[in-house]
Write a protein that binds this ligand. Structure first.
Ligand code: HEC
Ligand code: HEC
Length: 225
């Protein structure tokens, strides 16, 4: 949390600095810009020391997941911004070991030999601090997706808002890429994805048809404020 806040402060400070300098002239402007400039210099050093931010760049995570973790280069790649740290870590470990080998995991596995166990932990903590996706449409409580989310018991594990999972190693799924979510539901249902805690979810998936999974995937994608 600290790293991310620091980074935000830095961005805000720099933006303020630029807009103040852009205003130009006047004694009062000069007086105002001084403390801002000092603050920016101070936070810069801390931000540069953020191991998570550095790893996220040097280990090329951003190339597939986006600099903000929620603008993946392909719609079938996941949004990882603000995911629970426990879940994110488990998935990184499983993709690296091959315990999770469904969907597009091969793309990511290719870089994971460059990432140590300790670095994975730092990265999981780091991405968990990213703000979740926002700006979706609010879904009516009686929409088909909302109904399925209740009747198929999805809420019991993922939370009524789909972002307060029952256990920390269960994923947040609101605002997830729809194509990615659909693929994961299908793979958990068929057993193609059978890593970590998937068995818990597999138990109910015989009650969910392909068509219902599509509705649920779209519902989840739009379930952001
Ligand atoms: C070459 C592209 C690529 C790179 C580089 C990459 N990933 Fe991924 N990542 C993926 C794909 C694709 C998946 C989903 C695999 C699937 O389809 O099942 C994924 C899955 C994940 C997941 C699990 C998401 C979930 O909801 O289950 C996490 C966490 C993650 N990546 C973090 C990282 C981190 C941290 C890095 C940098 C060390 C990284 N990734 C580098 C492509 C990439
Ligand atoms: C009994 C608990 C449980 C129920 C019920 C459940 N899930 Fe899950 N779900 C999980 C767990 C646990 C995982 C992650 C598995 C792992 O550890 O890799 C998961 C994974 C997912 C994923 C993939 C997330 C990702 O980032 O890769 C999606 C999408 C999903 N669930 C949607 C649903 C929907 C929709 C329903 C209702 C039809 C549902 N789940 C019902 C426990 C559950």
């Amino acid at each position: 949390m600290k790293w991310f806040n620091t980074k935000m402060v830095l961005v805000v400070s720099l933006t303020a600095l630029v807009s103040i300098s852009a205003c130009g002239g006047g004694d009062s402007e000069t007086a105002k810009s001084k403390p801002v400039a000092e603050a920016a210099t101070e936070t810069q050093a801390v931000a540069d020391n953020s191991v998570g931010a550095e790893l996220y760049k040097t280990k090329t995570c951003f190339t597939c997941h986006g600099a903000d973790g929620k603008t993946p280069i392909l719609p079938i790649y996941p949004n990882i911004a603000g995911q629970t740290s426990e879940y994110a870590l488990q998935q990184m470990q499983d993709i690296t070991s091959g315990a999770r080998a469904n969907g597009m995991t091969a793309a990511m596995k290719g870089v994971m030999h460059l990432v140590s166990a300790e670095e994975m932990k730092i990265l999981a903590d780091y991405v968990s601090t990213f703000p979740r996706r926002a700006g979706g449409i609010s879904m009516a409580a009686d929409s088909e997706g909302a109904k399925l989310f209740k009747t198929k018991t999805c809420f019991t594990c993922h939370g009524a808002d789909a972002k307060t999972p029952l256990l920390p190693n269960y994923p947040k799924i609101e605002g997830q890429s729809a194509e990615y979510a659909l693929q994961q539901m299908k793979d958990i249902k068929t057993g193609v994805r059978a890593n970590a805690q998937t068995a818990a979810m597999k138990g109910i998936m015989h009650l969910v048809t392909d068509e219902e999974m599509e509705i649920l995937a779209k519902y989840l994608f739009n379930l952001v404020q």
